[in-house]
Design a protein. Structure first.
Lengths: 116, 113
């Protein structure tokens, strides 16, 4: 079974600065997908960024980028130019690519607070 | 494009009562998921449907939880009888296929008192 670990329960950053959220995972699969989701207080999960394991290039979406280290099974999220609206819970998630049960396995989350 | 719809948004019930949550996925999405998210934790999969068939229900407490997706479109999750530890947000999500984005609804908040 896959596991996802987020070792930082809480993080804070000053507005306009850069912050990195950590995520590690454990799997025996070679083909899979990784995601970062944002969850504001409304509780709706919003996709931030996704990465296919077979792609070596790190995914980027505007101010959000990842550092994907496949050998180390690490998938960190970097938020540049942090904004107050980035304050939320952030969840790292794994999706296997080799079986029919393509569910998402989530980490425990990191609460990010952006301070003015 | 309409998103994943869930209802009710909020529900408060007494222990041992029953409750049902409804989900309508994004049109055309064959895969539907129900997740349970207890406060302070990440979501945990309860059940996954592919069309109207169950793909994974290994973490569904079958003595009290049931779910169906009879026509392969919308789905209902039922809890009977409810326990205090069932207090959580129940998230419905849908996807058009493996590796594609999984979209979530706004969730149904359940408080069992």
């Amino acid at each position: 079974a896959q596991t996802v670990t987020q070792s930082q329960p809480e993080m804070s950053v000053q507005e306009a600065e850069t912050v990195t959220l950590s995520c590690t995972y454990d799997t025996s699969e070679n083909n899979y997908y990784l995601f970062w989701y944002k969850q504001p207080p409304s509780r709706q999960m919003i996709l931030v960024i996704r990465q296919e394991a077979y792609k070596q290039q790190n995914a980027t979406e505007n101010r959000f980028s990842v550092n994907f280290q496949k050998a180390a099974k690490s998938f960190s999220l970097k938020i540049s130019d942090s904004q107050l609206g980035d304050t939320a819970m952030y969840f790292c998630a794994f999706q296997g690519g080799n079986n029919a049960g393509n569910m998402l396995t989530f980490g425990g989350g990191t609460r990010l607070m952006v301070k003015p | 494009e309409a998103g994943v719809a869930q209802s009710p948004r909020y529900k408060i019930i007494e222990k041992r009562q029953s409750v049902a949550f409804w989900c309508n996925p994004i049109s055309g999405h064959a895969t539907l998921y129900w997740y349970q998210q207890i406060l302070g934790q990440g979501p945990k999969l309860l059940i996954q449907f592919q069309n109207n068939g169950v793909v994974d229900d290994s973490q569904l407490p079958k003595d009290r939880f049931s779910a169906e997706r009879l026509k392969g479109v919308d789905s209902t999750l039922k809890i009977q009888p409810a326990k205090l530890e069932d207090s959580a947000v129940y998230l419905c999500a849908s996807s058009s296929g493996l590796g594609n984005t999984i979209y979530f609804g706004e969730g149904s908040w359940l408080t069992v008192v």
